[in-house]
Design a protein around this ligand. Structure first.
Ligand code: IMP
Ligand code: MG
Length: 402
């Protein structure tokens, strides 16, 4: 396994959490490389549901070390809650490493995000977690990092200057600094200044390092459906910059996508559907945001989007999730061609036969219903990238490893 990047092929919510959980059992390190608590990864273990937002999904495996790398923007108030939540069941000491260079998402970033979203004219449909404004501060070179928490006086000056920049005179900088200092006392045991050295050393020693992607390729700031994207790099290349690891250290990239497609928030979604099939996908697939609870838009799989997404990530293996959600549909469609530049935005679909069997207990490809095999074989034939994982149910063990 060694250096493995796991990414989402579409607009997030591809079921990355459960796939990462599967690979984590053999991992030494699992790293979140970018974004923040806009992510929400769900893992169900023996019927018990765990949702991670900032802490990598590897936390559920005792021997794995979990890293929040410098590419992230971290809301320390959310992080503290998450640490308390996981501490109830897992040991975190010596297992959780937070880069001192990661940026902070502060309450005013959230306030700005929410205020912008409320102005209907430029709505992106963000998760309202302050992610965009925090990255704006980072790129504007006025961001506040975990390392700034070590010096109270400098922290006060930076926060005051940022409040002035954003025109937020109603916020009391002293109160904010006090609450950050309190939080810092609880977080400081985890803050680390040598993440690149630790991870490069681990890779050189042949240890297994998983880079846990968040969001998805089509939400990537450079390669997604701009401006309806998140503010960070969600593709495989972003994993390298987010941690400080060269591309030559990466052995494989796993592309994760659902057997159908979803999107939350605004923006183009050419294969989106409404009606009874959409209702089936939404209810059987429990298509509600794990962080925001928002209903997700749903649609058919698009081969052109999938091909594009595998290309920009250099995907070497595929993991398809939620195949079981398609059980019970008479016919299935796959978009095989889309020409978004033509006046008519023409889409061509192929129709496939559905299946009715409950497939959640299937553990071998050959035991899947014939129609399901044909659906998967078609995708495989178009992409020419092998499947490694087919997930057939919500629980940790409901998957086929090929
Ligand atoms: P932001 O990342 O909160 O700024 O939101 C920007 C866009 O990315 C919106 O369309 C969000 O719905 C979407 N988004 C951000 N994070 C996730 C995620 O983890 N899953 C799905 N969509 C996301
Ligand atoms: Mg999610």
């Amino acid at each position: 396994m060694s250096g493995t990047i796991l990414i989402g092929n579409f607009w997030g919510d591809e079921g990355k959490g459960r796939v990462i959980d599967y690979y984590s059992k053999d991992a030494d390190y699992v790293i979140r490389t970018g974004s923040g608590c806009n992510a929400g990864h769900t893992i169900i273990v023996n019927g018990e549901k765990f949702v991670t937002r900032l802490i990598p999904s590897g936390i559920l495996h005792d021997k794995v070390k979990c890293v929040l790398a410098q590419g992230m923007v971290i809301d320390p108030f959310v992080l503290i809650q998450e640490i308390e939540y996981f501490k109830q069941n897992f040991t975190l000491s010596e297992r959780l490493l937070i880069s001192c260079d990661a940026h902070l998402v502060l309450p005013y970033h959230k306030e700005i995000d929410i205020a912008r979203e409320e102005k209907a004219s430029n709505k992106i449909g963000t998760t309202k977690n302050g992610i965009g404004p925090a990255y704006e501060d980072k790129v504007g070179r006025r961001g506040i990092r975990f390392k700034d928490l070590f010096d109270r006086d400098k922290l006060v000056l930076k926060i005051e200057s940022n409040l002035q920049y954003w025109n937020l005179s109603h916020i009391n900088s002293n109160d904010l600094v006090n609450s950050l200092v309190n939080i810092f006392n609880e977080l400081k045991e985890y803050i680390t200044d040598n993440i690149p050295e630790i991870i490069n050393q681990a890779l050189d020693n042949g240890e297994n390092v998983l880079f846990e992607g968040a969001q998805g390729t089509l939400l990537d700031i450079d390669h997604g459906t701009y401006p309806y994207v998140t503010s960070s790099s969600a593709i495989a290349g972003g994993a390298c910059t987010g941690v400080g690891v060269g591309p030559t250290k990466i052995d494989q990239v796993i592309g994760i996508f659902k057997a159908y497609t979803t999107r939350v928030g605004e923006g183009p979604f050419p294969t989106e559907i409404a009606g009874s099939i959409a209702d089936h996908l939404k209810s059987v697939g429990r298509e509600f945001g794990s962080v925001t609870g928002r209903p997700r838009r749903v649609g058919w799989l698009s081969i052109p989007d999938l091909k594009y997404s595998c290309m920009v990530n250099g995907v070497s293996k595929l993991a398809i999730t939620k195949l079981d959600v398609l059980s019970g549909l008479d016919t299935l469609l796959i978009c095989i061609e889309q020409n978004l530049k033509s006046k008519t935005h023409r889409l061509d679909y192929l129709t496939f036969k559905g299946w009715t069997e409950d497939i959640s207990k299937v553990r071998k490809f050959d035991d899947l219903p014939q129609a399901a095999k044909e659906y998967l074989d078609f995708i495989q034939s178009k992409l020419k990238i092998p499947f490694e994982i087919i997930s057939v149910g919500p629980d940790r063990n409901d998957l086929i490893h090929i």
